[in-house]
Ligand binder design. Structure first.
Ligand SMILES: Nc1ncnc2c1ncn2[C@@H]1O[C@H](COP(=O)(O)OP(=O)(O)OP(=O)(O)O)[C@@H](O)[C@H]1O
Ligand SMILES: [Mg+2]
Length: 408
C-alpha cells in the first residue's frame, strides 16, 4: 500500500507561490510605484491624505503593491513623531453595500469582543459609530477598501467619508480612502460627486507583458523552487501563456505552481513544458467551472447547446440553430425552454466569461446575426457541464457524437 512520504525535489517553499504570500520585492512596477508614492506623500508631510482610486485587471499587482507600500509607509513614517498613522484594510468582496462595509470598518477598529452586529441599525447610526471610532483613533487614518466595486450602487459611504471633515463629523481624524477595483465600469457608474472625491488621485495598473511576467516568475521561483528544478523554457512558457490570456501575474504564478505540483506528483526531478501544458488545461477547466457556477440552469443549457453543436463540428453556429438545439435539449430533459431573446442573453454572459466566442455576421436583408463557438477546449466545457448537470443520457449522447466526429 502507498504511504505518505515527504516530497522535496521541486519546491523549497511552495507557499511563496500562493496567493497570500507577500513578495519581498515588487518587480516591473517602478513607474506605478513612483506615482503611488507621490499620491501618498501628503501623509508623510502631515497634511490631509489624498483619496486614491486604483484600478486595473485582475492579477496585475494592485493588492500586492498597495500592501507593500502601506507597510513601507508605516515603517518610514515612524521616524517622524508628529505624524500618527493608522492603516485599516478591508476586503469588500463579500460586503455588498455601504452599510456592510461600514460595519466591517467599525469592527476592525474596535477591540475584540466589542464588535457590533451586522444587521439591525439604521445606516446613519453605523456611520456615526464609524466616525466615533475614527475620532478616538485620531491622527491620519488610511482606509484601504480592496475590491471596492462589490459595494455596488449602495455607495453612500464613498460619498460621505471624504466629506466628513468638511461637514464637521470628523475633527481629529484625517481620513484618506484607497479604493481598489478591477471592474472598469465601476468608476463610471459612480455618482459624479463620488467620482470627484474618491478618484482625487487615479492610478492605473496595466496588464503585464510576457517579459515582465517572466521576471516576476523568476524572482518568485528563486524563493519557491529548488535549484535546477525548472527547465529554462518553463518560465518563458508560463509567462507567454498568461500574457496572451490576461497579463495577470496571478495566472502566471498559478500555472507555475500547478506545473510544479504535477512534476512532484509524478516524481519528476524538473518541471518541463509538458507539465505546464497539463497545468494550463486544468486551469482552463477550473475557469469554466467557476464561471458556470454563476449561471442558472438555463445558462447551462445554452452552453450545452453550443457544446452539442461543437460535438458535431457545426460551430461557429448561428443563433437560430443554437436556439433550436437548446429547445431540443430542454425538451428531452423536461426543462421549460426560454424565449430566444433570453437565451441570447445567456449566450452573451457566457461570452463575457470567456467561455464562448461570437462572430458577428452581416446578412443583407435580415440584419446582423451572431455565430457562437466554444472559446475553451471542448473537453473542459463538457467536464464542467457534467459537474453541474445531472443529465447522463444527454451528455453521453454528446460524448458519442464527439467521438464519431473526432472532436477532442
Ligand atoms: N509586480 C509584481 N511583483 C511581484 N509579484 C507580483 C507583482 N504583481 C503581482 N504579483 C503577485 O501576483 C499575484 C496577484 O497580484 P495581486 O493580488 O496584487 O493582484 P490584484 O491586482 O490585486 O488582482 P485582483 O484584482 O484580482 O485582486 C500575487 O501573488 C502577487 O504577489
Ligand atoms: Mg487584489
Amino acid at each position: 500500500m502507498r504511504r505518505f512520504e515527504r516530497k522535496q525535489n521541486i519546491f523549497t517553499n511552495k507557499d511563496a507561490l500562493s496567493e497570500s504570500y507577500q513578495p519581498e520585492r515588487i518587480q516591473e512596477r517602478d513607474e506605478e510605484i513612483d506615482e503611488y508614492m507621490d499620491a501618498l506623500q501628503p501623509v508623510v508631510d502631515g497634511w490631509e491624505p489624498n483619496n486614491i482610486f486604483l484600478y486595473g485587471n485582475t492579477g496585475v499587482g494592485k493588492t500586492a503593491v498597495t500592501e507593500y507600500l502601506l507597510d513601507m509607509l508605516l515603517e518610514d513614517i515612524a521616524t517622524y513623531d508628529d505624524v500618527d498613522l493608522n492603516v485599516v484594510s478591508v476586503n469588500c468582496k463579500t460586503l455588498n453595500s455601504s452599510y456592510q462595509v461600514a460595519v466591517e470598518l467599525v469592527n476592525e477598529l474596535r477591540p475584540t469582543g466589542a464588535e457590533i452586529s451586522s444587521t439591525g441599525y439604521p445606516q446613519q447610526t453605523v456611520f456615526k459609530k464609524l466616525y466615533a471610532e475614527l475620532e478616538k483613533l485620531g491622527g491620519t487614518v488610511l482606509l484601504m477598501l480592496d475590491e471596492v466595486d462589490s459595494i455596488g450602487s449602495r455607495d453612500e459611504l464613498l460619498y460621505e467619508l471624504p466629506r466628513a471633515r468638511a461637514n464637521g463629523k470628523l475633527e481629529q481624524a484625517k481620513v484618506g480612502l484607497i479604493g481598489i477595483s478591477n471592474d472598469f465600469k465601476f468608476r463610471d457608474r459612480l455618482d459624479p460627486r463620488v467620482q470627484d472625491t474618491l478618484c482625487e488621485r487615479e492610478l492605473h495598473f496595466p496588464p503585464y507583458d510576457a517579459p515582465e511576467l517572466e521576471n516576476i516568475l523568476r524572482s518568485r521561483s528563486e524563493v519557491a523552487l529548488a535549484d535546477g528544478a525548472v527547465e529554462d523554457s518553463v518560465l518563458k512558457l508560463c509567462a507567454a501563456l498568461a500574457a496572451k490570456d490576461s497579463g495577470s501575474a496571478r495566472q502566471a504564478l498559478d500555472l507555475l505552481r500547478l506545473a510544479g505540483e504535477h512534476a512532484e506528483n509524478r516524481d519528476d526531478e524538473t518541471i518541463t513544458d509538458k507539465h505546464v501544458e497539463i497545468a494550463q488545461d486544468k486551469l482552463e477547466q477550473e475557469r469554466v467551472v467557476e464561471g458556470m457556477r454563476e449561471l442558472t440552469v438555463n445558462g447551462h443549457f445554452a452552453l450545452l447547446a453550443v457544446v452539442s453543436k461543437a460535438a458535431s463540428r457545426e460551430t461557429p453556429c448561428r443563433m437560430r440553430n443554437v436556439y433550436q438545439e437548446y429547445v431540443r435539449l430542454c425538451e428531452s430533459a423536461g426543462v421549460d425552454p426560454l424565449a430566444q431573446r433570453s437565451v441570447h442573453n445567456h449566450l452573451s454572459d457566457l461570452r463575457m466569461l470567456g467561455i464562448l466566442s461570437a462572430e458577428e455576421n452581416r446578412s443583407g436583408s435580415r440584419g446582423n446575426y451572431y455565430s457562437y463557438a466554444l472559446d475553451v477546449p471542448f473537453s473542459s466545457a463538457l467536464t464542467a457541464l457534467s459537474d453541474v448537470l445531472s443529465l447522463t443520457s444527454v451528455l453521453d449522447e454528446i460524448r458519442a457524437t464527439a467521438r464519431r466526429n473526432d472532436v477532442a
